[in-house]
Design a protein around this ligand. Structure first.
Ligand SMILES: CC(C)(COP(=O)(O)OP(=O)(O)OC[C@H]1O[C@@H](n2cnc3c(N)ncnc32)[C@H](O)[C@@H]1OP(=O)(O)O)[C@@H](O)C(=O)NCCC(=O)NCCS
Length: 165
């Protein structure tokens, strides 16, 4: 079935439909969208629409590289580098397996490049197999890590400038 992807912000009249989709399909991700802490940086939302219904979304914030990891910001030639950090990503169960999730990731990569970001970053727990498959298929670099006591996950990074080897 055909689908389209649109960019919405919080002033969009259909914003509540995105929130309903978020809370229905991925309530565990809601704090990363609606929580105060995640309002510190400019955020962007891409929604996937099928039969005029919100069936999926990806939300990312543009932030300096470093401070989130309690490290100084990174600069190159005196210019502070930014990254598009993905905070929420899901597709309704009945709409999965049609390439919508992969296209949302591709659009994010293009949008982040257009916004001048140095990289796209995302963290995902083990067990998110479809998400890991998409990230690895698109060529994200992967850094497995243990958070806290025993929370296993993977940092995925997509550089947006051509490698200069
Ligand atoms: C991750 C998610 C957004 C993908 O959405 P989608 O629209 O189904 O994605 P696509 O159809 O573009 O691609 C899914 C890919 O994962 C693969 N896949 C599905 N289940 C898989 C599994 N259990 N193990 C490995 N790969 C799997 C599919 O084969 C497909 O790959 P292909 O295109 O190479 O065949 C969706 O599964 C989802 O909402 N999951 C729950 C929320 C979630 O985990 N979000 C990530 C938060 S970190």
């Amino acid at each position: 079935m055909r689908y389209s992807i649109e960019e919405w912000d919080e002033t969009h009249p259909r914003w509540p439909e995105f929130v309903a989709c978020l809370e229905g399909v991925a309530p565990e991700q809601s704090p990363f969208v609606l929580g105060e802490r995640y309002r510190a940086h400019q955020s962007y939302l891409l929604v996937a629409l099928q039969s005029d219904q919100v069936v999926g979304f990806i939300r990312f914030a543009v932030q300096p590289i470093g401070p989130e990891a309690k490290c100084p910001p990174l600069s190159l030639n005196g210019v502070q580098l930014t990254e598009a950090k993905i905070h929420a990503f899901a597709v309704r169960e009945e709409a999965r397996g049609q390439g919508i999730g992969t296209e949302l990731q591709r659009r994010t990569i293009r949008r982040a490049a257009g916004l001048g970001c140095y990289q796209v970053a995302s963290y995902s727990s083990y067990g998110r197999d479809a998400n890991h498959h998409i990230k690895l298929s698109l060529g994200f670099a992967a850094q497995p890590e243990v958070h806290g006591d025993n929370h296993q996950g993977v940092y995925f990074l997509m550089p947006l400038r051509n490698a200069r080897a």
